[in-house]
Design a protein around this ligand. Structure first.
Ligand code: FES
Length: 159
């Protein structure tokens, strides 16, 4: 074996050692980096179906208030939020779920039983019991959630 061949062999061994080192480093390092920075890159998560409670709580023809807790993760920060939803049924079988957030500037509406309508105290917005616009500066009806009933439990689709 001459000097030239020995030099090539030494170069090959050196390159192979580096290549193996890089492969091992990438194999261990990339998942670790993805684990560390992954939450920061993630957008808010969709919530899926959120259980509100029993359908027996809903009075016929009267919007009934339900509250549920959800966890919203943004990056590494997890916040617990309470969402408030009015549920209405006229027949005990078909339900609509409405947000209690006014569609004008986001104040919370409340049900005024005597007047049979929702009222927003911020700018006197008024909605009927199905969430339709009645008066005030509100641009559109109350937002609705998709609803399902399973085993007499109400669920809304959050997002
Ligand atoms: S925020 Fe409700 S009427 Fe303005």
């Amino acid at each position: 074996m001459d000097d030239k061949q020995q030099l090539k062999r030494r170069d090959f061994m050196s390159i192979a050692t580096w290549a193996i080192g890089i492969l091992i480093g990438a194999g261990m390092g990339l998942p670790a980096i993805a684990y560390i920075i992954g939450p920061a890159l993630r957008e808010d998560e969709a919530f899926g179906w959120i259980r509100l409670g029993s359908i027996s709580k809903v009075e016929l023809g009267i919007p009934t208030l339900f509250k549920a807790k959800i966890e919203r993760q943004t990056g590494w920060i997890v916040n617990e939020e309470e969402i408030t939803v009015y549920v209405l049924t006229e027949n005990g079988r078909d339900f609509i779920a409405m947000s209690n957030i006014c569609t004008h500037l986001g104040c919370r509406v409340r049900w005024i039983k005597d007047q049979d309508q929702f009222f927003c105290p911020c700018h006197n917005g008024v909605f009927n019991k199905a969430g339709g616009v009645v008066a005030g500066p509100v641009p559109r009806p109350l937002d609705r959630f998709e609803v399902k009933v399973e085993d007499d439990q109400l669920f809304i689709l959050g997002g």
